[in-house]
Design a protein around this ligand. Structure first.
Ligand code: TNX
Length: 522
């Protein structure tokens, strides 16, 4: 009898063990909040006792009827619903007693959190994200996603216990401008490609999408007053091919999609160089009034809009006016780079006038570092990419700088000599190098207080598909997102690369074609 009882107990124990080892809650069991591999790393994480479990009864509760907060609630639901299969209704509710709910609370009380910070509290029966502004709630939501197992990112129903360890996260960014740029001019990318890129970058709390809309090889945005820009200039790209452009409706759709992810769109019309597509579209923009032929090569620095004609400025005013009306963000990027065939004595007054035109539209200018040669207006911003003395000159003239040093932040640089596409004029850029740099230590004379933020551009002379964009951008963009979010003193490659290895699982579930660098123990 006794041995029978023993046998039964043994059997029960074995069954229990098998059940436990099959459930993912077992795999998660014991992981503390402070050990979660969140990217970018939050400012502070304090582990608590116990855990929260999302259930089919859970609701997303909003503290206010604010439309922005409503959108964030809906965003969270859309991100959690497919994998969990839970309805997760978004409700306006002051009732804090519901079980297993997620509360999004707007409250202007925490000055440390600023505009984009949040406090995420995970208790046994509730989660609360508290922020001063909707942007902070959105960032809290992005952190929350990373606390579930990577299965949460699946678009199909998954079995998981959806358990999160308890604790409190307080978090806010180091830099207010954390950008990523896509060159849609050298190769055109569809609206859905662009949206995917925005969605992925916003997961890591990047908040500026700079879209390079014109270059020698193509013009990509519909301008009602000047239809040949797209009818002619939109029809080419590097290597031939049909090119393409966004209608105004599509552009507005991109802006709206980005805004729902706390991402501001910064449109760039590159001037006075990089202008062959417009010079092919309208003869009068050329000083000799002869239209150029479309260009499908990859040289830079050979084209120039005619800076000595008044009609050039009328044209630019019209273009910027239409773009400005579609762009709620504060900035218009005027390019200004590599204008090798515009004489300096023409370049400076031209850039001065551009700043006047943009100011009249109520926006601020951003330009590549060469624009520091002009008389910079207050509130013009210099984007450092290549020439340190330009960036320093910009700072001396009172401008703030966006740091995009090509040797650390250009996602079109090859990882190494084996990378099948990309360029290497700024050197090879492996995953460590793209993470292991400090914005305020790059250029002597440019200090922390001179820097608005960081941006990772991807130029597309040699990149023609979204799959290949992903290969070049990921995982480096994830690291640059952390460079922008975290202060240098809190970052450390050895620790980061462990978090990145785990993040790889998430990228896999999302179908991201990331480069499996051997620097990371994936
Ligand atoms: C330099 S960066 C350029 C672009 C090229 C890029 C390629 C900058 C302001 N100008 O026109 O596409 O290098 O890496």
């Amino acid at each position: 009898m006794r041995t029978k009882l023993k046998q039964n107990i043994m059997r029960l124990l074995i069954i229990l063990l098998i059940v436990l080892s099959f459930s993912t809650s077992f795999a998660n069991y014991g992981i503390k909040l402070a050990e979660m591999p969140i990217i970018p790393k939050p400012f502070s994480v304090v582990s608590g006792k116990g855990s929260f479990k999302l259930s089919d009864k859970s609701e997303i509760c909003l503290s206010t009827s604010n439309i922005e907060v409503n959108k964030i609630g809906a965003f969270l639901r859309e991100k959690l619903r497919p994998a969990t299969g839970f309805m997760l209704p978004v409700v306006e509710s002051a009732d804090q007693n519901g079980k297993n709910n997620i509360y999004l609370v707007l409250s202007q009380t925490n000055s440390v959190l600023g505009d984009e910070g949040y406090q995420l509290t995970i208790g046994a029966s509730r989660i609360e994200i508290l922020a001063n502004k909707s942007a902070g709630l959105f960032n809290g939501v992005q952190t929350l996603r990373q606390l579930f197992s990577e299965k949460i990112e699946s678009s199909t129903h998954q079995n998981d216990s959806w358990i999160i360890p308890a604790g409190v996260i307080r978090d806010f960014p180091e830099y207010s401008y954390r950008g990523f740029m896509l060159d849609v001019a050298r190769h055109f990318f569809s609206v859905s490609d662009v949206k995917r890129y925005i969605d992925l970058a916003s997961m890591y709390k990047m908040n500026v999408f700079h879209i390079h809309l014109s270059d020698d090889q193509g013009w990509r945005i519909e301008i009602k007053k000047w239809p040949e820009l797209t009818a002619t200039g939109g029809k080419s790209q590097v290597g031939g091919g049909t090119g393409g452009f966004y209608t105004q409706e599509q552009y507005r759709d991109i802006v709206k999609y980005a805004a729902a992810r706390n991402v501001m769109v910064v449109p760039e019309i590159d001037l006075p160089g990089h202008t062959n597509a417009m010079l092919a579209s309208y003869a009068h923009l050329n000083c000799d009034t002869k239209a150029k032929t479309l260009y499908t090569g990859t040289e830079v620095g050979f084209s120039a809009i005619c800076t000595s004609k008044e009609s050039t400025y009328t044209f630019i005013e019209d273009v910027f006016k239409e773009i400005s009306e579609m762009t709620p963000g504060n900035y218009i990027h005027i390019g200004g780079d590599e204008s090798h065939v515009t004489k300096l004595e023409d370049y400076i007054p031209f850039v001065n006038r551009m700043q006047g035109i943009v100011a009249k539209l109520g926006k601020h200018v951003i330009g590549w570092d060469e624009i520091a040669l002009s008389d910079l207006k207050a509130n013009s911003f210099v984007q450092y990419w290549g020439k340190a003395e330009n960036a320093v000159l910009g700072v001396q003239k009172g401008a703030k700088v966006i740091m995009s040093p090509a040797m650390y932040a250009y996602l079109d640089m090859k990882y190494d000599s084996l990378t099948p596409f990309g360029l290497n004029w700024a050197g090879y850029l492996d995953v460590q190098k793209s993470y292991d740099w400090i914005p305020e230590s790059i250029v002597p004379g440019i200090k922390r207080e001179n820097i608005l933020g960081v941006e990772a551009p991807i130029w597309t002379e040699s990149i023609s598909s979204m799959k290949n964009i992903e290969y070049m951008a990921f995982p480096r963009i994830v690291g640059i997102a952390e460079v922008g979010w975290c202060s240098a003193s809190t970052r450390n490659w050895k620790e980061y690369k462990l978090r990145l290895a785990k993040q790889g699982k998430r990228l896999k579930v999302l179908g991201v074609n990331y480069y499996p660098s051997t620097q990371i123990a994936w």
